[in-house]
Design a protein around this ligand. Structure first.
Ligand code: NAD
Length: 335
């Protein structure tokens, strides 16, 4: 997997995929990337608009749940790897309607696996989440790759389903697959329905920030660039059939994150609005990344404080991007 020339990225117009495509093209001059994206509400072509003239970049508009289409694209593509980011990714949306999550996350993943196997694509990287491990008590040890999968939301259950299908492709068909499980990402180009970009953009507009329940849920936060470095390491150095965790070594209470955002945007805590907690809300996530550090030589490079400061600066400098996203398909944060 070290001599990659052509890769297929799915979901490259989303938050993490767009950051990944940009970093791959920057760091690997020999690489050509095809980005397959359905452009759902979360897929924003503006995220990669600057690559329009780059001969190494090709955008394909399509749906991973469309099996004949995916089969043909991969059969004709001559890809050295598939890096699979495309997903329905927002827990609140999965609570309202799980159907698109099953279609994209489960069926779409199986379609890609089958197409990649038929075309003998040498490597398949499946990008998943620490949410498949469920929730932790305050004193529990962090999730390792051996932690049983006990997902609690329709989103995480659909991702766990996709992880198990990837596992099965390895055990049943001998496919060269690698799964990554990462904690909560933040950084540029994140759709403002997730906590950090929602709170930054609300605060900048003097709109209240909705804090779920008591705000004492704990999340581990990782800058998107560090996650993309991890996926790159898994793609190039990961061992077939293995799972690799990534996290930022930055466990924070949601309330701490909220206060930090308000401070960095120059607002007061008067903007905090408590709202009814999300049903089934996981209390704490924490990831043990020792295996990725040991086997992939990966470590997170951005501290939460610096990363958050840079992210607030990015949203301030890109109000045009925010306005376009919010005026378009954005339909608001539940609660
Ligand atoms: P996102 O919602 O910002 O982007 C998802 C992208 O997938 C969008 O561009 C969307 O148009 C595309 N897409 C959705 N359905 C599709 C379909 N049927 N066919 C083709 N494209 C489709 O998501 P994100 O936050 O960038 O997450 C990317 C991946 O990383 C997901 O698999 C997610 O589970 C995983 N992940 C996310 C986080 C996080 O904190 N955001 C953490 C760990 C893992």
């Amino acid at each position: 997997a070290s001599s990659l020339k052509r890769i297929l990225v799915t979901g490259g117009c989303g938050f993490i995929g767009a950051n990944f495509v940009r970093l791959q093209l920057e760091n690997h001059p020999e690489l050509a990337i095809t980005n397959l994206d359905a452009l759902t509400y979360a897929g924003n072509p503006d995220n990669l608009a600057d690559l329009a003239g780059d001969p190494r970049y090709t955008f394909v508009h399509g749906d991973i749940a469309d099996r004949p289409f995916v089969t043909k694209l991969i059969a004709d593509g001559g890809f050295d790897a598939v890096v699979h980011f495309a997903a329905e990714s927002h827990v609140d949306r999965s609570i309202h309607d799980a159907t698109p999550f099953l279609r994209t996350n489960v069926i779409g993943t199986q379609n890609l696996l089958d197409a990649a196997r038929a075309a003998k694509v040498p490597r398949f990287v499946h990008v998943s989440t620490d949410e498949v491990y469920g929730t932790l008590g305050p004193k529990d040890p962090a999730f390792t790759e051996e932690t049983p999968l006990t997902p609690n939301s329709p989103y995480s259950a659909s991702k766990a389903g996709s992880d198990l299908l990837v596992r099965a492709a390895f055990h049943t068909h001998g496919m060269d697959v690698v799964t990554t499980r990462c904690s909560n990402n933040y950084g540029p180009y994140q759709f403002p329905e997730k906590l950090i970009p929602l709170f930054i953009t609300n605060a900048l507009a003097d709109v209240p920030v909705p804090v779920y329940g008591d705000g004492m849920q704990v999340r581990d936060w990782i800058h998107v660039v560090d996650h993309c470095r991890g996926v790159d390491a898994a793609l190039r150095k990961g061992k077939a059939g293995e799972v690799y965790n990534f996290g930022g070594r930055s466990e924070r209470y949601n309330m701490e994150v909220t206060k930090a955002v308000l401070k960095l945007t120059g607002k007061t805590e008067a903007l905090i609005k408590y709202v009814t907690d999300r049903p089934g809300h996981d209390r704490r996530y924490a990831v043990d990344t020792a295996k990725s550090e040991r086997e992939l030589g990966w470590t997170p490079s951005v501290t939460f404080e610096k990363g958050l400061e840079d992210t607030v600066a990015w949203y301030k400098a890109n109000s045009h991007w925010v306005d376009r996203v919010k005026s378009g398909a954005y339909r608001g944060h539940a609660g």
